[in-house]
Design a protein around this ligand. Structure first.
Ligand code: GCU
Length: 637
């Protein structure tokens, strides 16, 4: 049976780029819906297609802003006027020169140019705060040797996307942080082809995330666009992993005319593993086998990856996969059967530099993760608050960092909206299906700081059920809020969130001493009333500091000294929490956030980074690095 997640089940209406969302009904109080095991795939998943041969369409693209979405609908909501349809396969100058009755109020081929991938805010200053629809267009030459099938694959585009090829609609997608692909075989023509993309960055109360967050909304095509070729029948999804009882397991799905009852073969040359099998009538193959004795398990200390190939007919699917187990035993998190303490930090998807555009190249990823691994002596990173680039999760595999991966179910989500739930479920499924082969990912998180209500609990329990159905090898968590006992003499917090019962790992964001009036000296004496039968992670704590601003005597907020002392006292507090099994302080690097506008210290940057936006380490960096070095020495790793 093929568990592919929700994409075949949930309508994928791109917000803002399609018909209005269906009428809203209150959330069903019914228990979570079990994932339909056999779903008809509406779009290809092309898992690990970033490793497939293809044509990279990065580079210069013409762009045209469309703030009133006139390329999507006319001003009475009717079909768009032809003179606004940026995706038409025409030569505008020629058409208007030939007939003076013709009018086009665009001309993509002669519009300004921006480099893709990369958020549009980096293209020109006037686009920094533009949230709306931008059209991109370029031409490319089709590969001459086209035998099988051709797909256009996007690493991600934020937030809702429509794609046209040679003037014809190819597909649409909602969600700013996960890959999507559309088959182009039929529409591709010999020689020159024209691709047009409409990306709408606008968040609405029913999108995921909603409009109010605490990070820059990098609109546009933020990850690579590639033309990927496959044989007529190819491996669309494959998941190869070590099960908790120590077996190697493979789930694969072929797509194409010869997918049913097809011979398949799994090979891992370094392990001398060569397993043959056959797909079922639906093109699925599941097999388990004893793990080869020679298998070296992946860990942060020894991030061993194996070249894995899955062959069927002419197709050779491949990935680089580490094999390890992650589980919970009481209040312990076990990696390969041994308790582990997660020495981490949180991170947004934003490269180091004064004007980031959310361009994560392998070098940018290594520059960031190297600060955690080598700089902080870390073994863990929280990739917040949305699925990061596959470049980042592959770098975590290679460098040896465990990962918390999350979807942007953040703050005030429209819990009662059925389309919002469908969007969140689809985004979660796309994230898990993309990254199930990443050894580094240990935890899937379904939410961040969401206020408790019946509707929110039902919504999140559905997401938790989806994770469990899609991946029984990892842990589930969510960053929760706690309740403060205002009458207590010392900082006293209690976890009253009913969702705690549904999670494997409890996670708390705490900002006592920054957003509260607590004196830093009182932090170590804090009292935490939390369930003691599960591991706890402090998924966030932090304080702002402007690099280079010093206040050693007054310890003024935003000074490096205050931030360093905040870390010392919070770490002292952390050491007194008996079930604490990890932490991901907020945050590795200063990051862009329009909500942070103190003119002396912020001006659009959240300054809780341990390094500045240009990579300058602040005093608190050494405080955490020393703490982790001592923890690593005690743990012997
Ligand atoms: C919150 C939130 C973060 C935010 C941080 C802050 O906990 O999860 O997204 O940036 O606090 O206030 O800096």
């Amino acid at each position: 049976m093929r568990i592919v997640g929700l994409r075949g089940v949930l309508c994928l209406a791109a917000a803002g780029l399609s018909m209005p969302a269906p009428a809203q009904s209150p959330p069903a109080q019914s228990p979570p819906v079990a994932l339909p095991l056999a779903t008809v795939q509406t779009e290809p998943l092309l898992v690990s297609a970033d490793l497939r041969d293809g044509i990279d369409l990065s580079g210069d693209w013409h762009y045209s802003i469309d703030p009133y979405r006139s390329g999507i609908a006319g001003f009475h909501g009717e079909a768009p006027d032809r003179g606004q349809q940026r995706y038409l396969d025409i030569d505008v100058r020629q058409a208007m020169a030939a007939d003076n009755r013709t009018l086009y109020e665009f001309d993509m081929a002669h519009s300004p140019v921006a480099r893709l991938p990369g958020a549009w805010l980096a293209a020109t200053p006037e686009l920094r705060h533009y949230q709306g629809l931008v059209w991109y267009q370029r031409t490319f030459t089709a590969p001459a040797d086209r035998k099988g099938r051709v797909f256009l694959r996007f690493g991600a585009a934020n937030y809702a996307t429509v794609v046209y090829l040679n003037g014809q609609p190819l597909g649409r997608h909602e969600g700013g942080f996960t890959p999507f692909a559309f088959e182009a075989t039929r529409l591709l023509r010999d020689g020159e082809n024209q691709i047009t993309i409409g990306v709408d960055s606008a968040a609405t109360p029913t999108t995921v995330p909603p409009p109010v967050t605490d990070w820059e909304n990098y609109g546009g095509v933020t990850r690579e666009i590639r033309l990927v070729q496959t044989p007529a029948t190819y491996v669309d999804t494959a998941w190869v992993r070590l099960t908790r009882d120590g077996k190697l397991a493979v789930d694969a799905h072929l797509d194409g005319p010869a997918a049913a009852n097809a011979p398949v073969r799994l090979t891992i040359a370094d392990l001398k593993l060569d397993l043959a099998g056959k797909t079922d009538a639906a093109g699925n193959w599941r097999a388990t086998m004893a793990a080869p004795r020679a298998l070296v398990r992946w860990s942060p200390e020894q991030p061993k990856l194996y070249d894995v190939t899955l062959s069927s007919g002419e197709d050779r699917w491949r990935d680089r996969i580490g094999f390890r187990t992650v589980e919970r035993r009481g209040a312990d998190i076990l990696l390969n059967g041994k308790p582990v303490f997660l020495r981490g930090i949180s991170m947004h998807e934003e490269e180091i530099g004064a004007n980031p555009a959310r361009i994560i190249t392998p070098a940018n990823a290594r520059a960031l993760l190297g600060e955690i691994k080598e700089g902080l002596h870390g073994n863990y990173v929280r990739l917040s608050h949305y699925p990061h680039s596959e470049v980042m999760t592959r770098a975590a595999d290679e460098l040896g960092l465990l990962v918390w991966s999350e979807v942007p179910v953040y703050w005030m989500v429209a819990w009662g909206n059925t389309q919002t739930l469908a969007t969140a479920r689809n985004m979660l499924a796309e994230n898990i299906l993309r990254d199930r082969n990443r050894a580094s990912i240990a935890i899937w998180s379904v939410a961040n700081e969401t206020p408790v209500s019946d509707a929110r609990n039902a919504f999140l329990r559905q997401l938790i059920a989806d994770v469990r159905a899609l991946d029984d090898t990892r842990l589930v968590s969510a960053a929760l809020l706690v309740e403060r006992d205002r009458a207590a003499k010392v900082p006293t917090m209690a976890m009253a969130d009913p969702l705690a019962a549904d999670l494997d790992v409890l996670a708390i964001n705490t900002y006592n001493g920054w957003y509260t009036g607590d004196r830093l000296a009182d932090l170590p004496g804090s009292v935490w009333q939390i369930p003691d039968d599960k591991p706890l992670i402090f998924s966030e704590f932090g304080a702002d500091a402007k690099a280079g601003f010093h206040s050693p005597e007054k310890m003024q907020k935003f000074s490096e000294e205050f931030q360093a002392e905040f870390y010392r006292k919070t770490l002292e507090m952390a050491d007194r929490v008996p079930t604490l099994r990890g932490m991901s302080p907020w945050i590795l690097k200063d990051f862009r956030s329009p909500r942070r506008q103190n003119p002396d210290f912020q001006i659009g940057w959240n300054r809780k980074g341990l390094i500045s936006e240009t990579g300058e380490r602040k005093q608190a960096f050494a405080v955490l690095a020393d703490y982790y070095a001592r923890k690593a020495a005690v743990a012997g790793r």
